[in-house]
Design a protein around this ligand. Sequence first.
Ligand code: G6P
Length: 608
Amino acid sequence: MCGIVGYIGYEQAAPFLLKGLEKLEYRGYDSSGICLNDGSELVVKKAKGKLEELKKLTDNGRALSGTVGIGHTRWATHGEPSDVNAHPHLSESGRFAVVHNGIIENYLQLKEYLISKGVTFRSMTDTEVIAQLIEFYYKGDLIDTVIKVLSRLDGSYALGVISVDDPDRIIAVRKESPLIIGIGQGENYIASDVPAILAKTKRIYRLENNEIAILRRDSIKIINTDREEVKKQEETISWTIDAAEKGGYEHFMFKEIMEQPKVIHDTISPRIRNGRVVLDEISLTPEQLRSFRKINILACGSAYHVGVVAKYIFEKLLRIPVEADLASEFRYRDPIVDDKTLTIVISQSGETADTKEAMKEAQRRGSHVISIVNVVGSAIATESDDVIYTWAGPEIAVATTKAYSAQLAVIYLMAIFFGDLLGTIDEKQYGYYVSELLTIPDKISQILENSTQVQYLASKLFNSKDIFFIGRNIDYALSLEGSLKLKEISYIHSEAYAAGELKHGTISLIENGTLVIALATHEPLIAKTVSNIREVQTRGANVLCLACDDHKELADVAQSTVFIPKICDMMLPSLAVVPLQLFAYYVASAKGCDIDKPRNLAKSVTVE
Ligand code: G6P
């Protein structure tokens, strides 16, 4: 979703702003723009489409002078992607410029009010009202004015504001949308996310809701809306710049697929001590944990798919009813949740608006929330009751791979931990699960070493028009992710079906040559899935089957078969997902798609 970057220092700002925006491209965008204070006026350059357009327009920023500036990548919500709707937005006289991430819910009332006072608008955006309101209320003190404007806004926002009358300051504000402040030497920065400023500094402040940062070249002051100073804890980013670079790979997605053995190791190993799962992060007493009657999992996209896998695992191991819910549906259906419900929220970014609001709804109803989050200090991480971090490092490709895998690893840790506590698994099972868990990184490495078979299959099958993923039980849960991965980056229509459900409708879509990807790893139901494979083959389907090494006979069933190493049943998705990720990647690559930045998608969805 939209990306913000800002610079105040002694160097030419525009080249830095463009480089920063490049690092935020992963968030998803359809236009971009920058605004510089050149000493006498605010100069704005904007362009629809890729950042390349803006770079061409400004000679990579070299054509624009000024040592103070703000930049933005826009993911259109209000108004089509266009030059005029791109940010930064200027006030009518051009004295104030604003970049914004989020949505101003009452912008229409504010716009009508300002129009009735004679203000002329240029764009269709909600953001322009902020720039216009600043000018409308301005009486000489920019901070007072910004505070007054904030009191008029409903919705979510991260803002960067500059003024031609105030050439030595950037004002930054945050409410519900992420914004960090980078601390430099003789220069300071604002950004939606760390990669944008990592080349300059690792020292940051994370703004919290309703905090206002006033950046000068040599100082940063953070205040609240009563103008009282807020003392912030400085944070040092631990990851290196390499972590946010492609490191020799053609795409971030491929690099992140290859990183999975490491991130799973990093996520599980600190939490297994002397053979025991230790989840110090959970603040509840064993009695409280035993009192839950239901588990509620809330998430969106791939994180939701982890929730669906978790439902199968938790119900089997813990014998507690589990509901995996799409966060966007949960909050509006008057959910039955109380203090006897444990809520688990899953989010890579920790900023997904639907997930965050669903979490708050669960908390309002008395539920204790444990979040599984990748981004340290993000909103969901800080606002949940307990947080278990996935140690996946920065994930840049829009299509998640390593974060999904790290989230699954946390689910296994939780299943073992709770199973022990509730007495639903015995010591023998406990030891077995822990030892199996520790084998995941090596087994994934084996799959990655043999990726050429998947590459070959992708090169044969990339012209498919429709692809159906089928599976039963945990294989079905995984097929949801396999299908999403493929369609989001290759634009091939695909659907995931519970294999037994296919004959109740969708089988009518199977024609001669339709590709069906059958997941048959879940031992107890392999024979049933084989029957479903036969059903579709009879109707002409070309079946690619994913199976475990100890079921080589499946090679005689399907037209092609990919084998993965054997592991205990509940951990199969961690291995089986890897060939599916690779298949999606190689198909998209064969089709020449923009793999890391698929059209219309955003990495961090901070609007509802
Ligand atoms: C977006 C991304 C998905 C992601 C989902 C949830 O739609 O494109 O890849 O799974 O948001 O994101 P989160 O950061 O909450 O895991």
